[in-house]
Design a protein around this ligand. Structure first.
Ligand SMILES: Cc1ncc(C[n+]2csc(CCOP(=O)(O)OP(=O)(O)O)c2C)c(N)n1
Ligand SMILES: [Mg+2]
Length: 321
């Protein structure tokens, strides 16, 4: 089940050149996708769609943006990430394990009774998990509270919240968005994994959110001027550079992503939100992920030609509508 990482996770942390770092993050995200696919297949449970959608974002956060000390998860000055779309847990755990919060070996206990790695993240048991999530809609409020606490305590740490479009359908998220605009906590950043698919269908049919940037601006958020490609590590790094240069709070960045990213027949398909992955599907999906990884490692086309939406996922930071 364990994927042997070709990309040295420590080397990624040490890399100073942004271009080389982006290439490393891209490969790491793809390797972690394979790990997640293998775990979900073996366990016959878990959420592939939302986990793969967030791969580059989670990898870039933990290997670039966030100031954390995995050997001391409670370090008071650390940056915080609230993964409001808690069903993406398997990707979160994979990143946390490789980043050093707990042994990589432990990943194979995913969703087992008594494991620290439950189906949805639990802050009481899992090192690195800042907030227990899974019930959508709470993450933004909690992150707002954390950012306000940081202000009261005079800390300069950053608070990030990763939201899915399903999360944005929750009324409480908009209460938090209103309150954050009122209190304007420094360094509060909402990252939106905008794949426009939810548990059982497209967001446009369930509850459309567009025009999302305009809505957030109308609520007085400082919204990134472009929608970034959330599967291109280089543009994700660019988005972080933009975030770090801001002084008007709160900040929101919207990323165009694809649910089930990396496997053509799973992309943008709500079925693969959480369906068990059988042997045949696993073999086909793994093959595709490995092919892409080989391309990335060979410095061939810098982005995989898989599935729908591949054109918009090419490396560029053009405005993606
Ligand atoms: C309050 C609440 N209602 C319903 C659900 C069931 N549920 C789990 S995931 C999900 C859809 C999530 O979609 P999204 O936020 O877009 O995540 P992603 O597409 O990134 O997986 C739903 C409705 C839940 N977890 N919590
Ligand atoms: Mg979604």
């Amino acid at each position: 089940m364990q994927v042997k990482l070709h990309c040295d996770s420590q080397a990624v942390l040490r890399e100073k050149d942004r271009k080389r770092k982006a290439a490393m993050l891209q490969r790491l995200a793809q390797e972690f996708r394979i790990t997640v696919l293998d775990i979900l297949h073996e366990k016959g449970t878990g959420h592939w769609g939302g986990a793969s959608s967030a791969a580059e974002l989670l990898v870039a956060l933990y290997y670039d943006a966030m100031n954390v000390r995995p050997e001391k998860p409670d370090w008071p000055e650390r940056d915080r990430l609230v993964v409001s779309k808690g069903h993406a847990s398997c990707m979160l755990y994979t990143v946390l394990a490789h980043r050093g919060y707990f042994p990589v070996e432990e990943l194979k206990t995913f969703r087992q009774i008594d494991s620290r790695l439950q189906g949805h993240p639990c802050m009481l048991t899992t090192p690195g998990v800042e907030m227990s999530t899974g019930s959508l809609g709470h993450g933004a409020s909690v992150a707002l509270g954390m950012a306000l606490a940081a202000r009261l305590l005079g800390k300069s740490c950053w608070t990030y919240v990763l939201l899915g479009d399903g999360d944005l359908n929750e009324g409480q998220t908009w209460e938090a968005i209103m309150a954050a605009a009122k209190f304007k906590p420094e360094r509060l950043v909402a990252l939106i994994d905008y794949n426009k698919v939810q548990l059982d269908g497209p967001s446009d049919q369930i509850m459309p959110m567009d025009p999302l940037p305009d809505k957030l601006r109308a609520f007085n958020w400082n919204v990134a001027p472009i929608v970034y490609d959330g599967h291109n590590a280089a543009t994700v790094l660019e988005s972080f550079d933009w975030v770090k240069s801001q002084r008007q709070w709160p900040v929101a960045v919207i990323y165009k992503t694809h649910k089930g990213r990396g496997v053509s027949f799973m992309e943008d398909n709500a079925h693969w939100h959480g369906a068990p992955i059988d042997d045949e599907t696993h073999a086909r999906a793994r093959q595709e992920l490995l092919q892409t990884l080989a391309l990335l490692e060979g410095h061939a086309p810098s982005w995989p030609q898989s599935g729908k939406g591949r054109d918009e996922a090419r490396p560029s930071s053009q405005n993606v509508k």
